[in-house]
Design a binder for this molecule. Structure first.
Ligand code: FES
Length: 124
């Protein structure tokens, strides 16, 4: 029904990103769900697959921690690659010039959701 929220696509509430600007999520069935994270910069929220283009590792070790101490860039904890928050583009490190894989999202009624046409299986 129009206006109803598909709860299977909900990643978090927008307010969940108010104090701490990053949040991990997993969606999808089977042994390899889509593992991603949200990052808020100003009023904009971006989502990326939690997989570094250098060696394929998850970017974080600690839950929901993806940023440099000054919160200006996304950092991979394995070998220190640095990525722009707005684009996922790697500006320094062993995969400079590569990019994180963006996941389309939308906000609706105070929630952050996977975009309607996203199939988590496409990101395996
Ligand atoms: S796996 Fe991310 S910098 Fe090497």
């Amino acid at each position: 029904m129009k206006g109803e929220i598909d709860t299977e696509r909900v990643l978090c509430e927008v307010d969940d990103l108010a104090e701490h600007p990053c949040r991990e999520f997993r969606v999808g069935a089977g042994p390899w769900p889509l593992s991603g994270f949200l990052v808020r910069k100003g009023d904009d929220i971006h989502a990326y697959v939690n997989r570094c283009p250098h060696a394929g590792h998850p970017l974080n070790i600690r839950p929901d921690r993806f940023l440099t101490p000054d919160r200006s860039l996304i950092v991979c904890c394995s070998h220190g690659a640095l990525f722009e928050m707005e684009t996922g583009f790697c500006v320094d490190g062993p995969c400079a010039g590569a990019s994180l894989t963006r996941i389309p999202i939308e906000t609706l009624a105070g929630f952050v959701l996977l975009a309607e046409d996203v199939d988590p299986a496409d990101y395996e």
